[in-house]
Design a protein around this ligand. Sequence first.
Ligand code: BEZ
Ligand code: FE
Length: 293
Amino acid sequence: MSSNLTEQTITEAVRRTFDTSTDERFRQLFVCLVQHIHDFAREVRLTGDEWFTAVNFVERLGKISSPTRQEVVLLSDILGLSMLLDKINQHTGSSATDSALLGPFYVKGRPTANNGADISDGVAGTPMFVTGRVVDERGRPISGAHVDTWHSDGVGFYDVQLTEKLHGEFAMRALLTTDDDGRFWYRSITPRYYPVPTDGPCGEILRAANRSIMRPQHVHFWFRAEGHRPLITQLFLRDDPYIDRDAVFAAQDSLLADFVRHDPGIAPDGTTVESAFVTLDWTFVLATQPAGQ
Ligand code: BEZ
Ligand code: FE
């Protein structure tokens, strides 16, 4: 290694130190990473103070993070990296439903529910009736698919954020299974737009950029079915006031849905509802899992 490194030659010197790796993908990732961060520092003429601010920022990302507070993932989300990954790994030419972020509010061990169940678990709000169908790329129903669904309440809080009210109990989330015709259905309450967590380092970036901190109203879904690629996605309220400024760039035209408002009356499940209610209906398309994957 040369001891006479310059601003220009140091990059190649560092790149070469990865030549001895036997892991080709590791080598490719790090050589490219070194090239890009060096180019970045040269292009913006990064100062020592700025480097120190960045180091302190990364330290604080780590300190605030926990299993229920994923600040590093949030950084990836607000920088659009998480959705870029979704797009990179999407299978072009497939008619499968577009994917959208998992987000931090997915919880393992959620309750299973039968189709038709009220999954609001007593949280008050405008009743919402969700009907869905899961099909393959040729439109054939996928029966026995697992449907994980979760969403916020009418003020924008998930059950995990309502700890005092719910004492750690699950609400507005469930695992359902599609019937022979690929259908699933449930009753819950209508969610609302909400802010991403802004009391940590990511909030500083959003404020400094004067950016929207909101996520438009959405319902999350995670589908798993034998022989098909899993699908993690969200459906968004088409005319939400924040639909064009989702803080994490997940809202997209193909996932805009009508949350149709109805006067009191007969709901899709045949029950009589005394208050106004909302219906949401969607067909989800899963891609076939190639053999051996
Ligand atoms: C969510 O959709 O639950 C979410 C995604 C990214 C950041 C914050 C929330
Ligand atoms: Fe969400």
